[in-house]
Design a protein around this ligand. Structure first.
Ligand code: ADP
Length: 487
């Protein structure tokens, strides 16, 4: 890997605590592999709960110094970090593709997207402001301050190895918090490269700590982070199942939580939609990152009148998705993260076909072998099929047809999840009505791509708690303090 990088010192296999590169106290490592070919690309420090305690202590020690800086001072050092990330885009994208599998073009996009949170929250750091309510007591004055919540912890997934970290670190740092991050065991290299750039930017020791661990130690470390009374905020992006565990584990210390959990996004095409636009939106929303995002379209509802046209154009469009190793030129869909991911996709497809779904395209692992899976479309899908309920996290588009707005709104809302939703229509009345009726935190109207740093990202129902990005994302990391001042 070192040889492939322009700057080989961005390749790190040790964890980052208190500004130092450290190995595990047990001297253990775990393997990181390249999903494109199964090759082992790194052996990374496998930390223990006691190592995690050291990281928490480091963050706690750094907190008073970092919190007492002005927003402008914090913004300056964050801006340096942002500039370094942008300057090292190629190396960061390469590391990401190597450990995660997404095509280079998407990795570069994620570096820019991930960095955008640092830029945005650095700017926002200067604008944190309390309020002065008008008093109802003539002899007293009232004031509300916003203060950093304290030491924060973050546990992040493998599907966006940089952005899911910066989306949490940036508002925390801007608010004046220090933070301990436990990246996914599949993708620690991107996180460690970010830490190296943070070090170079002059972010003080202990403000950012990255603790790496394999799947087993991650569970133990999760318990340590949750049970620590020093850690005041836990932010997690991952499965709903693990989110529930972390929520339960955080109850004894009454920790503030931000949970970005699973989704099951409906994608609705009304009869008045611009069908070509709907097809390109569907491609972007469904097959990006091989279908491994929590906002990927999971169920496509297409109005009966435009169903055949949509399916025909959609099937034609997916033929342009070239599957292969993300490092190669022109590849638009990389491998899935691991064999378990392929097994889940196969289970969903087999279940749908056995219950009467019609295969329009794909439907099987790619001839490339490994964890590659063909872009797939299933038609005549019905609500009793697994794929309409469980998150597939793979390149499979299940299509159902509908006849009325009320019917499709009801179907779309039939989910324990409530993260992203999408619909295509040109009718302004319908757009308002449907947008208001969808029980989702995010609604893409005539757009298959919705995420950016200025908009609040997050879900309702069992998709989680809180919002990331935007002015609202900052509030997660700030506590209100009310002062009542007698004259
Ligand atoms: P995915 O299914 O996308 O891998 P997970 O929810 O399993 O999502 O994992 C997301 C993150 O949560 C990873 O960093 C993983 O190591 C961590 N994780 C998984 N299980 C636990 C747990 N029981 N406690 C703490 N962290 C966990």
């Amino acid at each position: 890997v070192r040889k492939l990088l322009k700057d080989s010192s961005l390749f790190r296999e040790e964890a980052f605590i208190n500004g130092q590169w450290v190995s595990s106290s047990l001297n253990q490592t775990f393997e990181v592999n390249n999903p494109a070919n199964g090759a082992i690309i790194a052996n990374v420090a496998n930390l223990t709960p006691s190592d995690a305690e050291l990281a928490i202590e480091a963050a706690n020690t750094a907190l008073p110094m970092w919190r007492s800086k002005t927003g402008k001072e914090r913004a300056n050092v964050m801006r340096k970090w942002f500039d370094l990330i942008i300057a090292n885009t190629e190396d960061l994208a390469l590391l990401m593709t190597l450990e995660q599998g997404k095509p280079l073009i998407e990795s570069r996009g994620e570096v820019a997207y991930g960095a955008s949170f640092i830029e945005w929250f650095a700017e926002e750091a200067k604008r944190v402001a309390g309020t002065i309510p008008s008093t109802t007591w003539g002899d007293k004055r009232l004031m509300v301050l916003k203060q950093a919540i304290g030491v924060c912890a973050a546990i992040t997934p493998w599907n966006f190895p940089i952005a899911m970290i910066t989306r949490k670190i940036a508002p925390a740092m801007a608010a004046g918090c220090s933070i301990v991050i436990k990246p996914a065991e599949q993708t620690p290299l991107s996180a460690l490269a970010l830490a190296e750039l943070a070090r170079r930017a002059g972010i003080p020791n202990g403000v950012i700590n990255v603790i790496t661990a394999d799947a087993e130690q991650s569970i133990a470390i999760g318990k340590t982070l949750c049970s620590s009374s020093i850690v005041r905020h836990l932010s997690f992006t991952g499965s709903t199942e693990v989110g529930r565990i972390l929520m339960a584990q955080s109850a004894p210390t009454v920790k503030k939580l931000a949970l970005e959990l699973g989704g099951h996004a409906p994608f609705i095409v009304f009869e008045d939609a611009d069908i070509d636009a709907a097809v390109s939106g569907a491609i972007a929303s469904k097959y990006r990152n091989s279908g491994q995002t929590c906002v990927c379209a999971n169920r496509m509802y297409v109005h009966k009148k435009v169903h055949d046209e949509f399916v025909e154009k959609f099937a034609k469009a997916i033929q342009t998705i070239k599957v292969g190793n993300g490092l190669e030129e022109g590849i638009l869909q990389g491998p899935l993260i691991d064999q378990a991911a392929v097994a889940k996709v196969e289970r969903h497809v087999a279940d749908a076909l056995s219950k009467g779904a019609k295969l329009i395209a794909g439907g099987k692992p790619s001839t490339l072998g490994g964890t590659y899976y063909e872009p797939t479309i299933l038609d005549d899908v019905t609500s009793d099929m697994l794929i309409t309920v469980e998150e597939t996290f793979g390149p499979v588009a299940p299509i159902m047809s509908f006849e009325s707005d009320d019917e499709v709104i009801k179907l779309a809302n039939q989910s324990q999840y409530g993260l992203a939703s999408y619909f295509y229509s040109r009718d302004i009345g319908r757009i308002w009505k449907v947008a208001e009726a969808l029980e989702y935190g995010i609604v893409g109207v005539n757009s298959g791509i919705i995420s950016n740093e200025v908009a609040p990202f997050g879900g309702v129902k069992q998709s989680g708690l809180g919002r990331e990005g935007s002015i609202f994302g900052m509030d997660e990391y700030l506590e209100l303090k009310y002062l009542c001042i007698g004259l």
